[in-house]
Design a protein around this ligand. Structure first.
Ligand SMILES: [Zn+2]
Length: 237
């Protein structure tokens, strides 16, 4: 192992299925399944030493959360909880993404690409989130729709720069993919907000009464978007 690696911490995790190397500005963390010993872990680390050093320099150069490009060790607030991104180069030519059992996202990027790693990670996340949110938002729309007989024709997950959702004249609902990065109750609120527009195409008293029947505490979620939504849009939209 080269002398360059400092601040290495080791953590055993019941849920880890294999050795993982997490690189953050504070240092390097080795996450180990229970059966792996410290010396085996060090062997693993020495094999990945160069990679870890490179990543460490990379992530330390990106301390400002607002502008930092995404890379291995970056975190995204999936459903409002910080979840690490573990990024590997792989021999294939395609970008791949998978949600691991411990909640992290594993992203495999092709070694040669004309697009930056940051951009590749963002596209991979978008693809994954789109699929996940179609199911999740569909479930929420169905659950709330049963209550009031409001049924969207279609739910589309989109990249939107300034809005969180919209309801079209044909009752198609568009949702901002970044709702995957808010607490679950905020996604639920936006789904309810939009399906209630199927009945009231305005923000009248009657409209908010209907929203309240579905979610009595909707003001809380609306405040969240008002105060914390901007940061998400700045970082990811
Ligand atoms: Zn509205």
């Amino acid at each position: 192992m080269s002398g360059g690696l400092q601040n290495v911490s080791i953590r055993w995790s019941q849920r880890a299925r294999r050795v993982r190397l997490v690189v953050k500005p504070a240092g390097i963390e080795l996450v180990l399944p229970p059966h792996v010993s410290e010396s085996e872990a060090m062997g693993f680390l020495s094999q990945h030493c160069e990679w870890a050093e490179r990543k460490l320099t990379e992530v330390r150069g990106q301390d400002k959360p607002g502008s930092a490009p995404l890379g291995s060790g970056s975190q995204v607030p999936f459903q409002g909880r910080d979840v690490p991104l573990i990024v590997y180069e792989h021999a294939g030519s395609r970008l791949k993404i998978k949600r691991m059992q411990d909640g992290s996202f594993e992203i495999l990027v092709p070694p040669i690409s004309s697009i930056s790693v940051d951009q590749q990670i963002r596209s991979a996340l978008f693809v994954w989130v789109k699929q996940w949110m179609r199911v999740e938002a569909g479930r929420l729309a169905q659950q709330h729709g049963l209550m009031s007989g409001l049924r969207p024709r279609e739910i589309r997950i989109k990249r939107m720069k300034t809005r969180w959702g919209s309801c079209g004249p044909q009752n198609d609902i568009n949702l901002n993919w970044l709702l995957a990065f808010t607490p679950p109750s905020v996604l639920e609120y936006v789904v309810v907000h939009e399906i209630c527009h199927i009945r009231h195409r305005n923000h009248s008293r009657d409209y908010w009464d209907l929203v309240s029947q579905h979610l009595p505490d909707w003001r809380h979620e609306r405040q969240w978007l008002k105060f914390q939504g901007g940061e998400l849009l700045r970082r990811f939209a």
